[in-house]
Design a protein around this ligand. Structure first.
Ligand code: SF4
Length: 372
């Protein structure tokens, strides 16, 4: 019988973990880098400030592991924003209910038009994204869209609001095969400060991935917003959570995202700005401790950084993304959730990968693989 992750989190002292990370010495880093396999204790070493001085060695190890587990491949995906309506007031987000912006929820016809545009650009995996408003974007609506989109797309995932197991099961039966839900931060105090509305329920959000796992999703994505709290401690808990889900739901693939702050309506100032070097260190450390997890890098990051990280640790990238509902064809000027730093087209990204001797992967799954 598995203990819930909520219980594990309650039993793990955040301050103790933070102190462990910040007291690591260079000698401990050197000893750790000699190992063949890395556990969570090693992870506290790899994400420490002291390990930041061994970035090259970490990059080599991360590249080696990525090549061994994923070959020379990088999966491509694009988000399809269904709605920017949201009942929450997250201090850092442009879709915050208090922001006076034009709200839009696409109709089914509009979603299909957007999806057709992405299909024509080569995408076969879709991620449906929306603000959190279960009255505007209902479970029935999502299910209806998924049934339609899975006629052409190999995989449809959702990044919406947390749900009960029953609703997750309904969506799985409509063809939704993946779910992404980010905790934003594992620090309850910070979480409470920046969230208002239903999302302020830390425990309900934290346990959502376990409900999704019970519903049988093939893929589950987790992550924190890098810079919201102490980023090293937050990434430790992300790895702890990912490892837990991988063990408990061994049939599901786990993906980890780590969006860094970008400007959005509302002008929220992050707790800390994380440098490219620090960010790269987190990616390498995550690859070393979670060799089988997909590590995702979005278009929030600039082209130079994305080029550098592809294949070294990152195995999934968004491309040509619009973060506003209807952004591809329907309503190109509606408000975006955050600024895009990499504005290259999907074809440009695919070419960049090829010049690095990497294969861009548009499709890596087909429902006919499932024995139903
Ligand atoms: S982060 Fe998500 S839940 Fe929060 S305001 Fe933005 S869209 Fe809504």
């Amino acid at each position: 019988m598995y203990m819930s992750f909520l219980k594990i989190l309650q039993k793990t002292d955040l301050t103790h973990i933070r102190n462990l990370i910040y007291s690591v010495t260079e000698q401990t880093v050197l000893n750790t880098l000699e190992k063949k396999h890395f556990d969570l204790k090693d992870f506290t070493v790899l994400i420490s400030p002291a390990a930041g001085r061994f970035l090259e060695k970490m990059a080599d190890l991360s590249r080696e592991i990525t090549l061994l587990r994923f070959g020379r491949t990088v999966k491509l995906y694009a988000p399809l924003y269904v709605s920017n309506e949201c009942v929450n007031e997250c201090a850092y987000c442009g879709f915050n209910a208090k922001n006076k912006i034009k709200r839009k929820t696409l109709t089914k016809k509009e979603v299909i038009k957007e999806a057709e545009s992405l299909y024509s650009q080569g995408f076969r995996h879709l991620l449906l994204v929306s603000g959190e408003n279960s009255r505007k974007v209902t479970v029935a609506f999502l299910g209806d869209i998924a049934r339609e989109l899975t006629k052409n797309f190999a995989a449809v995932s959702i990044e919406v609001y947390p749900m009960d197991t029953g609703d997750y099961k309904k969506l799985a039966s409509c063809g939704v095969s993946g779910i992404a839900l980010y905790q934003e931060t594992y620090n309850r105090t910070v979480y409470k400060t920046v969230h208002r509305g239903p999302k302020a329920d830390f425990n309900y959000r934290l346990s959502a991935l376990e409900r999704a796992g019970e519903a049988g999703f093939r893929e589950m994505g987790i992550g924190v917003l890098i810079g919201l709290s102490d980023f090293r401690t937050d990434v430790f808990f992300t790895a702890l959570h990912a490892g837990y889900l991988m063990k408990k739901f061994w049939k599901s693939g786990i993906a980890v995202s780590f969006p860094r702050f970008r400007a959005a309506a509302g002008n929220f100032k992050p707790y800390v700005n994380v440098s490219d070097k620090e960010f790269a260190q987190l990616i390498f450390a995550l690859r070393m401790v979670l060799p089988d997890a997909d590590l995702v890098l979005s278009t929030r990051e600039n082209p130079g950084f994305r080029n550098g990280m592809a294949g070294i640790g990152i195995t999934r990238m968004s491309a040509g993304s619009k973060t506003n509902p209807g952004g591809y064809t329907v309503s190109e000027n509606s408000l975006e959730q955050f600024e895009i730093a990499d504005k290259r087209t999907p074809q440009n990204i695919a070419s960049m990968l090829k010049t690095k001797d990497l294969d861009p992967v548009w499709k890596d799954f087909d429902r006919s693989f499932l024995f139903e």
